[in-house]
Structure formats: C-alpha cells, structure tokens
Design a protein around this ligand. Structure first.
Ligand code: UDP
Ligand code: GLC
Ligand code: MN
Length: 320
C-alpha cells in the first residue's frame, strides 16, 4: 500500500549508518511498504545520498531536543534529548499509517503484518514492561495528534527526558486498555532481555523478527574485519548478542559500505571496517599455547580467530 510506510530517524552520520542497514534489511525481506528516513540538517551530503538510494523518501526535519539533562542523566544517556525529533513521524500525513523503527534496529524477516495493528501498538520495554519501548511502534500520522504531543511535551515534559517518556505519558492507557496494542516481544527483541533472561532467549530467540541494539554501545561503535569476520571493541561494553551483531555487520559491510565508497570517492571516511590483515595481525599477539589453552577451556573465539571460515582456510592451506 502506497500510503503506508516504515519510518526511521537519524540526526547524525552514525545513526544514519544504522538507518541504512535497517532500510536494507527491510528491502531484503521484501517489504511492500514505503521507506522514509527523517534526518537532521547535520547529516552529511554523502550519507544523505546513500539514504536516498535505499529509502523512498528522505526528509530533513528540525531537530527537537528535550534539553532535559536531569532526566537524561538518570538513564546515563545525555544524548537522547534529540529523540523528541521522532514526533515528526506524526507529521507524515501523506501516509495513513506508519511503523516507526529506531535506527538501531535490524529486521530479520518480513514484518509488514504490523500494519494490521492500530495506533499506538508497541512491545513492552524490557526494563519496565508496563511501559512500551518506543524503538518500534505503529502510529497514524495526524497534525492534530502531533500538536497535542508537542503540547503534552511543554505541559508535562518527559519522565525519561526522551520520546519514550512522552509517548508513554500521552498514550498512558497502553498497559491496560487494549491487549491487541501489545506487540509480541519478537518485534523488538533487545540485548538487555537476552542477558537478563537467557533461558527465554534460548527458547524463543529463534522467532525474533526485529532485533534492537538498545543501549549506549551501538553496532557502529565496533570495528569489523571483513576478511576474518571478526569484531573488535571494548569487551566490557559488549552488550549485544554476537550473532545479531554479526548479522548487522555482514549486511553493513556487504550492502552499505560499497554505497558509502561510491559517495565518498577519494575523500577519506571511516567505514568502521579495517583494511588488510590488521586484526589478524593483532591475533599474533596471543601465543599459540595460550590460544590452545583457551580452546581447551571452551573459550574458543567462535566469531574471530577460531571461526569456521578461519579453520577452513587453514585446512585448505594444508590440503594445497
Ligand atoms: N537518534 C538520533 N540521533 C541521536 C540519538 C538518537 O537520530 O543522537 C534516534 C535514532 O533513530 C535512535 C533513536 O533516536 O535509534 C533512539 O535512540 P537510541 O536508539 O540511541 O536509544 P536506545 O534505544 O538505546 O534507548
Ligand atoms: C528508549 C528507547 C528509545 C528511546 C529512548 C528515549 O530506551 O529504546 O527508542 O528513544 O528510550 O526515550
Ligand atoms: Mn534504540
């Protein structure tokens, strides 16, 4: 349906990369809906051009910022004031229905069925399940609702300093009024839940349709070695499930990075992917004895040095 769209938001180039991957994941799963990216004026021309290749509509919007440092400090996320900008989703009145998705989400299968849901449908927040998580929600654009939301912001503020606080205040009967507005958790599976309820993740994680890289460390904060299929980053900060993180990077490195190279041409830019053998070279810092010891203790580096591809490559070199 031409009047229904998936919508995301990026106010800077980092989140824009997330939006590119999200858009590609929706396309790969053959969505029949339009794709819209709302961007702030600070997104670079190159990133904007890549977004235009993936999305049907790229719309520059004013960045709305709560400026509510006190509430944001409670979440330890001073950067989230700008998430008020999400409210622009209600101004897209050329669509009758939209599904908003955070730029840090990744689609794992077709989710067009979400358009059968009413406003405001969303999945429970893993931290406080009587609130919905505003990383994925169904809404019906309307200037009247938009004006009321902005009015609500000025009168009540947001209890978390971001859009989630506003939306949960405004759609305050979500928890109790209509169970059909509760999206199954598989439409917004966050890493937080994976680590706090691992048995449930083992049981149901395979049904996940959307993964949400919620929290401070985003996929684009890592560095990826495409050859070795290995990620590096601060292990203490690693809060995402390695398989989902790898899904994100495989899609980003294969489908988005080439588009970025086309746009940047000779100008330098950091794709986040290392060139050459540098990560593999780093591996030499671990002695083979130590590596064997780790392996024997069941601490194989499945996604990196000890990945299937690496073992196969080694075997191939012997066979040759
Ligand atoms: N966002 C943005 N720029 C920012 C921060 C956030 O464009 O500087 C948008 C982006 O779409 C992002 C969403 O707002 O996915 C919500 O922020 P985030 O995903 O970081 O919040 P979390 O889900 O981690 O609480
Ligand atoms: C959250 C949501 C995110 C929202 C933020 C600020 O944890 O995941 O989508 O923007 O809170 O309210
Ligand atoms: Mn998010």
């Amino acid at each position: 349906m031409a009047d229904q769209a998936f919508v995301t938001l990026a106010t800077n180039d980092s989140y824009a990369r997330g939006a590119m991957v999200l858009g590609k994941s929706l396309r790969n799963h053959n969505t029949a809906k339009k794709l819209v990216a709302l961007i702030g004026p600070h997104v670079s021309v190159q990133c904007k051009a890549v977004l235009q290749r993936i999305f049907d509509e790229v719309r520059v919007v004013d960045v709305l910022d709560s400026g509510d440092t006190a509430h944001l400090a409670m979440m330890k996320r001073p950067d989230l004031g700008v998430t008020f900008t999400k409210l622009h989703c209600w101004t897209l009145t050329h669509y009758s229905k939209c599904v908003f998705m955070d730029a840090d989400t990744l689609v794992l299968s077709n989710i067009d069925e979400l358009f059968d849901r009413k406003e405001l449908s969303a999945a429970p927040d893993p931290g406080w399940p009587d609130c919905f998580n505003s990383g994925v929600f169904v809404c019906c654009p309307s200037m009247e609702t938009y004006d009321k939301l902005v009015q609500y912001c000025t009168e009540h503020g947001s209890f978390d300093g971001g859009d989630q606080g506003i939306l949960n205040g405004f759609f305050g009967d979500w928890a109790t009024a209509d169970i059909s507005k509760h999206l199954p958790f598989i439409y917004n599976v966050s890493s937080v839940a994976i680590y706090t309820y691992m048995p449930a993740f083992k049981q149901f994680g395979g049904n996940a349709k959307v993964v949400h890289f919620l929290g401070k460390t985003k996929p684009w904060n890592y560095t990826f070695d495409p050859k070795a299929k290995r990620l590096s980053g601060d292990a203490h900060e690693a809060t995402s499930h390695p398989t989902f993180l790898m899904d994100w990077w495989m899609l980003y490195s294969s489908a988005v990075v080439p588009l970025l190279y086309e746009q940047y041409g000779d100008q330098p830019f950091n794709s986040g992917c290392v060139k050459g053998e540098s990560l593999e070279a780093q591996a030499l810092l671990i002695s083979s004895e130590e590596r064997r010891e780790r392996w024997e203790q069941g601490q194989a580096d499945y996604l990196g040095l000890d990945s299937f591809e690496n073992i196969q490559r080694k075997l191939d070199s012997f066979l040759k």
